[in-house]
Design a protein around this ligand. Structure first.
Ligand SMILES: NC(=O)c1ccc[n+]([C@@H]2O[C@H](COP(=O)([O-])OP(=O)(O)OC[C@H]3O[C@@H](n4cnc5c(N)ncnc54)[C@H](OP(=O)(O)O)[C@@H]3O)[C@@H](O)[C@H]2O)c1
Length: 294
């Protein structure tokens, strides 16, 4: 049967390279390049076709998708159901970093940044996953683009200003971790940014969270890893594998092209998780290897 892949946020950056890489690797598959802006998506579809220069073994198609919009997510689900009867692999790649000048100078208040970044990176990932999950066939996969910045000892945190306190680290060490626990973690962070903005007190630090530049992004990526683990347990019986990964530090718009890796290099681990046989379930990977989390 033809395998159907969907890659979110794939008009540019790592998502674009994932679509291109899959289209040159998985024979007879259909790969959906999705974008919130249809003209950017259509232009990227044309670019992939010209860049691949006959190397494509799969078909690439475009469909509009904004992961923050319920209607857009439902429209894609209905389209996939009526066109293909289901889906095999969802790659949750869409993401944003927040608004920064010179990478470290925040341009938005902390509460606005938290709502926006978590709105795309956590709630957006969850929204499109929930919309497409009923379509994913047995043997199917979900691959979530997370980040080493979501590792809770702070080792991957760009601002290098700290780790989480024990409260959340202990909670996420539990084998019983659920999506509700992840929701609560994200709600707590958003609430604390509001209180901190209102009172000027360091509420996040007092409650065991990160603070400083890129904190919202790091929290969103910790939430994406936790969601990966919680979801993998919830869908195991359906024979669906859920894994997350860090693509590496890749030069894209998200970091003003400061990373050392190319987008093709960044696409390697996500493509591995989307295609390799015999992978473990419910893990966070970097460079194709499992990284302990939290
Ligand atoms: N680059 C790195 O070093 C790095 C490291 C670790 C993890 N990651 C993760 O890798 C993923 C891809 O990042 P990237 O570096 O390739 O960034 P990027 O070049 O900025 O690409 C991000 C993509 O997400 C899309 N997007 C943003 N909001 C969206 C929404 N509401 N609905 C649908 N799509 C949306 C963007 O579309 P528009 O063009 O319309 O904005 C764009 O296509 C992200 O999840 C990121 O957190 C990146």
């Amino acid at each position: 049967m033809t395998k159907i892949f969907v890659v979110t946020g794939s008009n540019k950056g790592i998502g674009y390279a994932i679509v291109k890489g899959l289209s040159e690797k998985v024979p007879n598959a259909v790969i959906y390049l999705t974008a919130r802006n249809p003209s950017l998506g259509e232009a990227s579809l044309a670019k992939i076709e010209s860049e691949s220069m006959g190397k494509q073994v799969a078909e690439v198609k475009f469909h509009q998708l904004d992961v923050t919009n319920d209607e857009s997510c439902t429209r894609l689900a209905e389209y996939l159901k009526s066109t293909h009867g289901g889906l095999d692999v969802l790659v949750n790649n869409a993401g944003i970093s927040g608004n920064y000048k010179d990478l470290y100078i925040p341009l938005d208040p902390i509460d606005k940044e938290a709502e926006e970044v978590l709105g795309v990176n956590y709630y957006g990932t969850k929204r499109i996953t929930n919309a497409l999950l009923p379509l994913i066939r047995p043997g199917g996969r979900i691959v979530n683009l997370c980040s080493l910045m979501g590792v809770m000892d702070g080792s991957g945190y760009m601002a290098k200003s700290g780790a989480y306190g024990e409260k959340y680290k202990q909670k996420f060490k539990s084998p019983q971790i659920s999506v509700n626990d992840v929701d609560k973690f994200v709600e707590d962070y958003i609430r604390l940014t509001k209180e901190e903005a209102r009172t000027g007190q360091p509420k996040r630090k007092q409650e065991d969270f990160l603070e400083g530049p890129w904190a919202a992004y790091s929290v969103s990526k910790a939430a994406d890893i936790a969601f990966t683990i919680a979801l993998s347990k919830a869908v195991k019986e359906k024979n669906i594998t859920v894994n997350g990964c860090c693509p590496g530090y890749v030069a894209t718009d998200i970091n003003n092209h400061s990373g050392p890796l190319t987008t093709d290099q960044g696409a390697e681990t996500p493509i591995y998780l989307a295609t390799e046989l015999g992978l473990p379930n419910g893990n966070f990977f970097s460079e194709r290897k499992v990284v302990p989390w939290p």
